[in-house]
Structures are given as structure tokens and as C-alpha cells.
Design a protein around this ligand. Structure first.
Ligand code: PLP
Length: 383
């Protein structure tokens, strides 16, 4: 039996329409057909970013998109304020350091969101405007925490720093108002809420961001924003694009607009709440605080005496359900379940059931019935 259930926080499951679109015969990327498709998806994707800004689409991983932001916006020695609440926040900082930026990191406890007051105090102190960029993760996939990006708008109101947001595991599932919230650069990836395979990174750039691009002194070739923009104007790319993924993106955008962004955001909030309440009833503890719980991924503390790797292996072997483990210092303490993109109520119920059954077999008395009942109640009451 091959049927599998992907409950990772990326890559995620892919709708059949998207899979079929990606299996279309190859076409030339310098021909009329590709130009039309590439121009139209590059316009249509702006709605998902909630922006009028340019959105550039590169073949690459989300990490590539983070690197692209650094090498295009800054110069060696530029000071940036990194707000980190976990692994991916830290990664963005490591990339900036690799390119010799002067990274000042404010790290908050994993499982918690940032403390706005601390950020405000630091920004207010920077009277001379030394800080060129504020870098932050929207949804910290390693801990299951959602940061409130909208709250940064006021903090940065009288400051010239660029606001750069890693929205790899949120864009398309969680509300992110790029223009309204004054975000200069948003980076995302294809393999999460956009319901595509890995392989694309998509980046929006504000006019203020483009000014910074003009001043940047870091060498770049593959990730050159200016080259990509000059090509995009002609419906082109600087080098061979991921053509099949662009076919898929066209189709996933159709599905996204058919459902409607607001409905998608509500669905993710509802499903994550049902899952979270379900696991609590099972006797488990979510890793992230309730008030900043991510709508796309839930990190769960693994009960004493159970090894996360064993639990994941058993769940994969017996139920063909893939969930993720903890990263770095959380490796031995948490598991992570993704619920983003192509997910529905039944996915939540089946995941609770498979998780409960696996825990039971490992000797943890999980109350599966109560968990499923509770999730049903949430889905019925608020769905
Ligand atoms: N940022 C966040 C928030 C992520 O969740 C991920 C991947 O999980 C990345 C960046 C890196 O993306 P990729 O693995 O595609 O390089």
C-alpha cells in the first residue's frame, strides 16, 4: 500500500490539479507561451503577498530567497537588527553574517513570540539611523510560533530601516499585509502554503527596497534582483526557470483565489485550533504559547520516556504518516506537525488518531476519544 500522509511543515501535500498541471509537456522558456504564463503568475501572485510591489520568482529553496534578500539589499558592514525566536530566525542572521553584515541579534525564548517593547526601545535608541534593516520571521517553523508583524509598523514609523520578513511557512496561509504593514521585503518558498513542490523562492520588493538594491555592494549573479526585474519586464528570466513549477503555480493560484484568501486564513486558524485543543485533551502539551500559536505548524512536547525519533518512525511505519522532529536543541524534546496548504478537517482528525494510536503503542495512555471529540467540537462550533 503506497498511500501516504504528509504532515510535515513543508514540503506539504499537493492538490491533484496542481500535480496534473506540472506534468504537462515541456515548453521553451524563451517562447510566447512561457512568457505569457510567467508574466501572468508574476502579477497574480501579488494578491497573495497583498502588495503592489514587484514579486520576483527564482528557482531555489527558501534559504536561497533569504540569501537573495541579504546580497541585494545590503553592503558589507551594514548594521541589521535580527529578531529571532528560533532556528529560522537564527539562520537569516547567519546568512547576513556570512556576507559580513554587522548583525545585532535580539533572541527571544524559543516557544515564545518577540517582546515588542524591547524591539521598540532598541529602535528608538538608534537616533542616527545606523540600523539599515530589521529582519524577522513571520512564522517560526521550528517552534510553531507566529510573530505579529503588524505591530512592527508603529515601531518603525520614524525609522529608515528596511523591514524584511521571512514568510516561508506562512505566506498563503496566514494574513500578511505587505503594503499595509509597511514590509519592504517578503521572502517565501513554494513547498508550504502555496501547495507546490519545493523549488521556487518568491520575493517581494518595495520601492524603498529597490533604492537599497541600487546601493548594495555585495557581489551577486544568480540572485541579482535587477537582472531578474529587467527580464521580468519582458516576461523573461535571466536563466532557465523551473518551468513545471511555474505551470503548477498558475494552477495553485487558481485554487487560492477560488477559495479566497480570507477563507484560507480562517481555515488555517480553525484547523490549527482544533488540532491544538485535540492534543491537549490527549494529555499532550503544545510547545508554543497559546496566544502566539502558529496556524500552520504545531510543535508538541513529547511525553517523558518517549523518544521523538521512535515515535516518528512508528507513525511512518504503521500509518505512513510523516511528521517532523525538533531541530537543534529541541531535537529530543518536541515533534512538529504541519497543517498548511492543502489541508482539511479530516486531515486534522486522522492526524490526531494516528498520533494517539502511536503514543498508545509506545506506552503513553493517550485519550484518543476525548481528543477527537474535542477537535470535532471546535470544528463544529467555529467551522
Ligand atoms: N524560513 C522558514 C520560516 C522555514 O520554515 C524554512 C523551511 O522550513 C526556511 C526558511 C528555509 O526554507 P528551505 O528549506 O526551502 O530552504
Amino acid at each position: 500500500m503506497k498511500k501516504g500522509y504528509l504532515r510535515l511543515p513543508g514540503p506539504t501535500e499537493i492538490p491533484e490539479e496542481v500535480l496534473l498541471a506540472m506534468s504537462k509537456p515541456m515548453i521553451g522558456h524563451r517562447g510566447k507561451e512561457f512568457k505569457e504564463i510567467f508574466s501572468s503568475v508574476s502579477e497574480e501572485i501579488k494578491g497573495v503577498f497583498q502588495t503592489q510591489n514587484d514579486v520576483l520568482i527564482f528557482p531555489g529553496a527558501g534559504t536561497g530567497g533569504l540569501e537573495a534578500a541579504i546580497v541585494n539589499l545590503f553592503s558589507p558592514g551594514d548594521k541589521v537588527l535580527l529578531i529571532s525566536v528560533g532556528v529560522f530566525g537564527n539562520r537569516f542572521g547567519e546568512i547576513a553574517e556570512r556576507f559580513h553584515l554587522d548583525v545585532e541579534k535580539i533572541e527571544f525564548q524559543w516557544g515564545k513570540t518577540f517582546d515588542l517593547q524591547i524591539i521598540k526601545e532598541r529602535i528608538d535608541k538608534d537616533k542616527g539611523g545606523k540600523i539599515k534593516g530589521v529582519i524577522v520571521t513571520h512564522n517560526e517553523t521550528s517552534t510553531g510560533v507566529l510573530n505579529d508583524i503588524s505591530s512592527l509598523k508603529d515601531v518603525l514609523r520614524n525609522h529608515s530601516a528596511l523591514l524584511i520578513v521571512d514568510a516561508v511557512s506562512s505566506l498563503g496561509a496566514v494574513d500578511l499585509k505587505t503594503d499595509e504593514w509597511g514590509i519592504d521585503v517578503v521572502v517565501t518558498g513554494s513547498q508550504k502554503a502555496l501547495m507546490l513542490p519545493p523549488g521556487l523562492t518568491l520575493i517581494s520588493i518595495s520601492p524603498k527596497g529597490w533604492d537599497a538594491v541600487e546601493k548594495s555592494q555585495i557581489p551577486k549573479y544568480y540572485w541579482d534582483f535587477k537582472k531578474a526585474k529587467n527580464n521580468l519586464i519582458k516576461g523573461q528570466t535571466p536563466y532557465t526557470p523551473a518551468i513545471s513549477l511555474i505551470f503548477g503555480l498558475k494552477e495553485s493560484l487558481k485554487l487560492i483565489y477560488k477559495e479566497g484568501l480570507d477563507n484560507i486564513f480562517s481555515r488555517h486558524i480553525l484547523l490549527s485550533k482544533a488540532f491544538r485543543e485535540g492534543i491537549k485533551c490527549m494529555g499532550l502539551t503544545p510547545f508554543a504559547d497559546d496566544h502566539c500559536a502558529s496556524p500552520t505548524v504545531t510543535a508538541i512536547k513529547v511525553p517523558d520516556g518517549i523518544e521523538p525519533s521512535k515515535l516518528r518512525k512508528k507513525m511512518a511505519d504503521e500509518f505512513r504518516m510523516d511528521i517532523a522532529g525538533g531541530q537543534q536543541k529541541l531535537q529530543d524534546t518536541i515533534i512538529r506537525v504541519g497543517h498548511m496548504g492543502y489541508v482539511d478537517k479530516l486531515d486534522i482528525i486522522s492526524t490526531l488518531w494516528a498520533l494517539g494510536m502511536t503514543l498508545e503503542e509506545l506506552g503513553f495512555g493517550a485519550d484518543i476519544t476525548s481528543a477527537i471529540k474535542k477537535a470535532q467540537q471546535v470544528l463544529k462550533k467555529e467551522g
